[in-house]
Design a protein around this ligand. Structure first.
Ligand code: ALA
Length: 490
């Protein structure tokens, strides 16, 4: 069987309509923009801005946000073009199947687990930490053993050191969100819309109030000189910080996974992707500018919560509660949209026979791929509860950057191989923008550490084993008689 068989776009479009595997179309353009923002604003903005400013870029972390936004904008335009051409579930996986063939499609589908499922577990662990701290503010304390995994060292109430048992809140949030996702896309989108409004309000309030407490001295030097080590301030520091805070932008592409659930996917998926990206870029740049203006970047070193420290400089203690609430809500919607995206990718892979059929079985009443949701509930819940997964955030970044590069390449391939297929949205400045997208994403990938690269290699090797032992022999396309005939006749 041929590793490079491609799925004809006409077949992709036809298979998306009708049948027992049909998802419910109920999302409009505002829902899709909201889905994008739901996935984007989360741990990256609230936790990584301070770290990247303190250790890598100083106030110039603002420029890092601009660089990461540029890479994401190119990729976002490429995603939009492909989504408007091939508006079916599966996102980058499906695009790769149509452009580069089955093997690359498998690689990307497997790689996307890093973006979606791993991100959901990572964010669930951070969520648990914030919920613990929020409840603590109100006098409720969850025992430390039940908010940490067995690999974490914790301080017990008697002052001695011990190990965690299980991170219960992290598991609970995964279970709650998975149940919501099983019950229906419309219900999930509605919950997401409410959370998005809360977190947007929190970010805007922080920027509006914080802007009055900026000290201009904090911006000098705007680009602190490099210390002599690559990535510690100076230009290389700005690049390293861009690679780190790239995590904060991840999520806009999730909009494309819901293509089969949108009323007008050709028009609305590009709106959802670009709309959410533009709104978040503006907010991120302002947020970073205000934070580094309020608090000197040197003071952020070793501070686990620089946003909270910055709020202490204002006379509004209620802002603390509001920001924590925004952060908890923010993380909740990131988990929701990531788990949604993950189940839709596996849905598409299963329909193509590359994964067992259970992943594309649709619940007769809820019309969601509920078994897929159930499996990822167990998988991500288990990892969030029992593993020190918070250190794996960079895996999400590297996996996503790889997906972006493949999507940019896919746009270029299809412009040459399928020039006549209608594109409701076209990436401007072709081929410069897709090429720049590849280069900027590659630059951010290379700025990540060697350990992250090794983890990517190991994950991909596991994927290859599954492909060559299962997927290849069960591929619907590979097995189809029509294809075999064509292949036999050369
Ligand atoms: N962009 C998402 C976050 O920052 C993944 O949490």
């Amino acid at each position: 069987m041929n590793l490079f068989i491609k799925k004809p776009i006409s077949q992709l479009l036809a298979s998306a309509e009708g049948g027992e595997h049909q998802l419910k179309r109920s999302l409009g353009s505002m829902n899709l923009v909201s889905l994008g923002i739901g996935a984007i604003i989360g741990a990256g903005l609230f936790s990584l801005t301070g770290i990247a400013a303190a250790e890598n870029a100083g106030p110039a972390v603002v420029l890092s946000f601009v660089i990461a936004a540029i890479g994401c904008t190119f990729a976002g335009m490429c995603y939009s073009e492909l989504a408007s051409m091939i508006p079916v579930a599966g996102s980058a996986y499906t695009y790769a199947y149509a452009t580069m063939g089955e093997f690359m499609a498998w690689i990307i589908g497997w790689d996307l687990v890093l973006e979606y499922a791993v991100a959901a577990s990572v964010v669930a662990v951070s969520w648990s930490r914030y919920v613990g701290s929020f409840l603590h503010d109100f006098g409720i304390t969850i025992p430390a053993q039940y908010t940490a995994c067995p690999f974490d060292v914790i301080t017990l109430p008697d002052g001695s050191q011990g190990h965690g048992i299980v991170n219960v809140p992290a598991m609970l949030i995964i279970v709650a969100i998975s149940i919501l996702l099983m019950l229906g896309i419309k219900e999930s989108a509605r919950v997401n819309d409410v959370i998005v409004l809360i977190k947007l309000a929190v970010v805007v309030t922080f920027i509006a109030i914080g802007a009055n407490y900026i000290k201009h001295d904090n911006y000098t030097p705007f680009i602190p000189p490099n210390t002599g080590t690559f990535g510690e301030f100076g230009l290389s520091g700005i690049m390293r910080a861009a690679g780190i805070i790239f995590f904060a932008y991840i999520g806009f592409d999730t909009v494309s996974t819901a293509a089969q659930e949108a009323h007008h996917p050709q028009r609305d998926i590009p709106r959802g992707i670009i709309g959410s990206l533009v709104i978040c870029t503006v907010l991120y740049i302002l947020f970073a500018f205000v934070l580094t203006g309020m608090l000197n970047y040197k003071l952020m070193k070793g501070d686990a919560a620089p946003v909270a420290t910055a709020i202490d400089l204002t006379p509004y203690p209620w802002l603390h509660v509001l920001v924590k609430l925004g952060i908890i809500g923010g993380f909740t919607s990131v988990i929701l949209v990531m788990l949604l995206g993950q189940s839709r990718i596996f849905y598409a892979m299963s329909r193509d026979g590359l994964l067992p059929k259970m992943f594309s079985s649709i619940h007769p009443k809820w019309r969601t791929p509920w078994l897929s949701n159930l499996l990822f509930m167990v998988f991500t819940g288990f990892f969030a509860g029992f593993f020190p997964i918070s250190k794996l955030g960079n895996m999400t970044s590297i996996g996503t950057l790889l997906a972006f590069i493949i999507v940019c390449a896919g746009v270029m391939i299809l412009r040459y191989t399928e020039p006549n297929i209608p594109r409701a949205y076209k990436c401007p400045y072709f081929p410069q923008f897709p090429i720049l997208g590849i280069l900027v994403c590659l630059a951010m990938m290379t700025s990540l550490d060697a350990e992250t690269w090794w983890r990517l290699v190991i994950w991909m090797a596991a994927g290859l084993i599954i492909y060559f032992t299962y997927s290849r022999f069960n591929s619907t396309l590979g097995k189809s008689k029509a294809y075999k005939r064509k292949y036999a006749s050369g």
